[in-house]
Design a protein around this ligand. Structure first.
Ligand code: 3HC
Length: 690
């Protein structure tokens, strides 16, 4: 065996040169890998004992892409394209042996080989779009030549990988094996070496021809992703590259790909999305809780409450094969809850995303009961009843009584004091917050709340458990509303103030929608239900717009009317009567109205969020700034191509943020705008949110 670099070894096995890559954890195409591959291909050309070349990866996966950490500084030579040309032009056949995930530059490397073989569990994809990029190693030119234009468009715009079986059927992979991949690839390469010419993907235009006759295919692709891709540059650029593959000679197409890749790479969206890639991986790492802390096993889960939230939470467990018991107080509520879960799964099956068998397996994993004692042997219990401290404390006292020692007792509270809830038990160290976002079976975020006494192993278990149920976790300390709702409160407060000062509520919503959020503050209120924060016994319809609407029974989407009126398809229509309520309430409060421009609206919605984020960091409620961004992107629809509020502030410049906060403080005379002392200190020191 010869080490070509610290990451690539060269051996000859049964007359075939095997280039073995070892760059944990994902065999990214770091400098040492590119250099080793290039040296290996060159060496094999001279090596009379080798008739073919296999690329094989140690560890859990084939190359999962370019090394993203190199993007910021620019990769050292050799560049990826030089390596790919060497593989493609090799006089001896080249075979990629794929296991795990061949992603991005990894799949591009495989496509530059003459042949690709895979194990059945492997996956292949070009996920660059999720990093605000496009495949910059010829992927947009080679993929449509292998799988056809339509499939290539789908793969590059969604970033979703496909299975080895599908890749085989489409022609992306030449053979699929079970068992010893290394040996199978060597045998495959040896046989290939006996043939004549070895196919170069670049030379075969056959699968492009249909699209040349049907140029509308590209606009159809644009139309299909329009809603999902709103505001993003990368999906459109990916489509343009595939268009180039169809309409230009291979080398010209490559040039277009390179040009558009560099444009994206240098732009703010790709920077934000790459920042976010690492942010979401960082958020589960908690300083002070190291490898030495053991996780508690979670094999059975209990959920209290079969409502919308409890049902959605239970589905997360069933989806990954964990048995779950739901407790309700009344049979009728339990039946309704279990029925809603089944219906939800059946609807997914109707869309073809689950088989009938999977529906049954998942429903079979969810049991219902009226006896809290049935949770005795659960490893984790998640309480998901309505937000009432007395009720929650009673439930936790009961859980303390019935569950075995070591059971993790979690509350799904979105705002209540977790320490007070924990005080109802004799084991506050086992109590934690697991705040799911509605719909709980869909939304990616899990806000994990650490109480004053929560044990380290409980936190570690919660962070790992989140990953197991396919959520992204961010840790928050205890404060009203935790990270997410605490910050949201300040944005919603400003939205209402803007409305009272004369901005039309639909204008406010549009500004936030155009920024990239799925909806604005008023549409969000309507969706959540205005009654949630309505104190009926203390209602003030003359001085509160929301109280007035609630008194009218206009509580949002569920009553067909709130700020907006909703048709059967839930399309919001502006109501003049709402505008009148704003004017009347403003007059009652002595607030004078004026026209407010979009720039001021955007500032006044976003700056309070950043300022509150700074306070949250200062108080140690969030471990790091990027955790706040994770909460906002995954829990509240902040557009990922803008990175999250704290990244956005860093890019805007903290001095600018501070200047604007001071401006609005002066304009309004309201201490609501007083900058966080931490932000002031950080700005003066020339720092950034970290
Ligand atoms: N570059 C650098 N680091 C990477 C990386 C990459 N491409 N992919 C993953 N990592 C790191 C992660 O940051 C993480 O580091 P940490 O342990 O310090 O937090 C570690 O590898 C493990 O990653 P995950 O926690 O994500 O591990 P999983 O097992 O859950 O998932 C994976 C593995 C599916 C490969 C996932 O890591 C992934 O999707 N990676 C990114 C794949 C990708 O986007 N590839 C395209 C890159 S861009 C490109 O190739 C451009 C080209 O066209 C020129």
């Amino acid at each position: 065996m010869a080490a070509l670099t610290e990451m690539v070894d060269y051996t000859v096995e049964d007359g075939v040169a095997v280039l073995t890559l070892n760059n944990p954890p994902v065999n990214a195409l770091s400098h040492g890998v590119r250099l080793g591959l290039l040296k290996g291909v060159e060496k094999a050309q001279e090596d009379e004992s080798a008739s073919a070349i296999v690329i094989y990866c140690e560890g859990s996966t084939f190359i999962a892409g370019a090394d993203i950490t190199e993007f910021a500084t620019g990769p050292k030579d050799p560049q990826l394209d030089e390596v790919l040309v060497a593989l493609e032009d090799s006089g001896k056949p080249t075979v990629a042996a794929i296991h795990g995930t061949a992603l991005g530059g990894g799949l591009e490397t495989a496509m530059a080989c003459h042949y690709r073989v895979a194990v059945a569990s492997a996956k292949c994809g070009l996920p660059e779009v999720n990093l605000g990029l496009l495949p910059g190693g010829g992927g947009t030119q080679r993929l449509p030549r292998l799988v056809g234009v339509e499939k290539a468009l789908e793969m590059v715009t969604s970033g979703q990988p496909i299975s080895a079986a599908e890749a085989h059927q489409l022609g992306l992979v030449d053979d699929v094996f079970d068992g010893d991949l290394r040996a199978a690839a060597v045998t495959y390469a040896k046989i290939a070496a006996q043939g004549g010419e070895h196919p170069r993907v670049r030379d075969n235009d056959e699968k492009l021809l249909a699209a040349r006759e049907m140029p509308q295919i590209f606009d159809m692709a644009r139309g299909m992703i329009a809603k999902r891709a709103r505001g993003f540059l990368a999906p459109e650029y990916n489509i343009r590259c595939i268009e180039a593959a169809v309409n230009l000679p291979f080398d010209e197409g490559l040039k277009e790909e390179r040009k558009l890749f560099m444009e994206l790479l240098m732009g703010p969206q790709a920077q934000a999305q790459q920042y976010f890639f690492f942010a979401q991986r960082q958020s589960s790492k908690i300083p002070g809780i190291g490898k030495d802390v053991a996780e508690r096993p979670i094999n059975k889960v209990g959920v209290i409450g079969a409502g919308l939230m409890g049902g959605g939470i239970a589905m997360n467990m069933a989806n990954v094969g964990i048995p779950v018991t739901i407790v309700e107080t009344k049979q009728e509520a339990l039946d309704r809850g279990l029925g809603a879960i089944r219906k939800n799964y059946e609807n997914t099956a109707k869309k073809g995303r689950l088989s009938a068998e999977q529906v049954e397996t998942r429903c079979g994993l969810i049991q219902g009961t009226l006896a809290i004692e049935d949770l005795a042997d659960c490893d984790l219990v998640i309480e998901a009843v309505f937000e009432n401290m007395a009720v929650k404390k009673e439930i936790f006292a009961n859980l303390d009584r019935v569950t075995k020692p070591g059971t993790i007792l979690a509350s799904n509270t979105s705002a209540l004091d977790l320490n007070e809830i924990a005080s109802a038990t004799n084991r506050p160290e086992d109590v934690i917050g697991l705040h799911f976002f509605s719909p709980a079976n869909v939304m990616k975020l899990l806000e994990v709340v650490r109480g004053d006494k929560t044990a380290d192993d409980v936190i570690k278990t919660a962070m790992a458990f989140a990953k197991r149920i396919k959520k992204v976790a961010a840790l928050s300390g205890v404060c009203p509303g935790f990270i997410g709702n605490r910050i949201l409160y300040f944005r919603q407060h400003q939205a209402m103030t803007l409305g009272l000062e004369g901005a039309h509520y639909a204008q406010v919503d549009k500004v936030l929608y155009d920024f990239g959020f799925p909806m604005g503050p008023f549409a969000m209120w309507d969706l959540a239900g205005l009654e949630l924060n309505w104190d009926k016994n203390n209602s003030k319809p003359d001085t509160s717009v929301t109280d007035r609407l609630c008194e009218n029974g206009e509580i949002g989407q569920k009553s067909g009317r709130g700020f907006y009126e909703y048709d059967e398809k839930r399309k919001p229509v502006v109501r003049d009567s709402t505008t009148e309520i704003f004017s009347e309430v403003a007059a009652n409060l002595g607030v004078s109205q004026r026209d407010i421009n979009d720039e001021e609206i955007l500032d006044r919605l976003l700056l309070p969020m950043i300022n509150e984020g700074a306070k949250i960091l200062d108080e140690g409620i969030a471990v790091r700034a990027s955790d706040i961004d994770v909460v906002y992107v995954y829990g509240y629809g902040w557009p990922v191509y803008r990175g999250g509020p704290m990244h956005y502030a860093n890019k805007l410049g903290l001095d600018k943020v501070l200047e604007k906060l001071r401006h609005y403080q002066k304009q309004s005379g309201d201490d609501f705008w007083a900058p966080s002392p931490y932000l002031v200190k950080l700005t003066e020191a020339g720092g950034q949110f970290q």
